[in-house]
Design a protein around this ligand. Structure first.
Ligand code: FES
Length: 103
């Protein structure tokens, strides 16, 4: 079981605008889509571009480097050249704070 880490306040997160969460190890991308929060690895599994610099379309983040795509709900790779999934993380909101569960 992981630990919950506060990563942002709700005021910092804009709809459909990926938000970078700087972590000690791997950075995390946070998304707010249709009133729900989702979190994934920030680094693309193909060649480590930062996904928060990509475009979000629905629940799909488009990698800015080679156009790989991932479903932010599951981490599943959806488009070549990305084929390996990225990790996803549980997210919860308490009051005006957003927490991510880290391993
Ligand atoms: S670095 Fe993301 S698709 Fe290549």
């Amino acid at each position: 079981m992981g630990k919950w880490v506060r990563v942002a306040s709700v005021e910092e997160i804009l709809p459909r605008q990926p938000f970078l969460v700087a972590m000690e190890d791997d950075d995390i991308a946070l998304y707010w889509i249709n009133g729900e929060y989702y979190a994934t690895d920030d680094l693309c599994s193909h060649a480590e571009a930062s996904l928060v610099e990509g475009d979000l379309e629905g629940y799909t983040i488009h990698c800015p480097r080679h156009g790989g795509q991932f479903d932010v709900r599951t981490g599943e790779a959806r488009h070549f050249p990305a084929y390996a999934p990225i990790r996803t993380f549980p997210v919860k909101q308490e009051g005006r704070d957003i927490f991510i569960e880290i391993d």
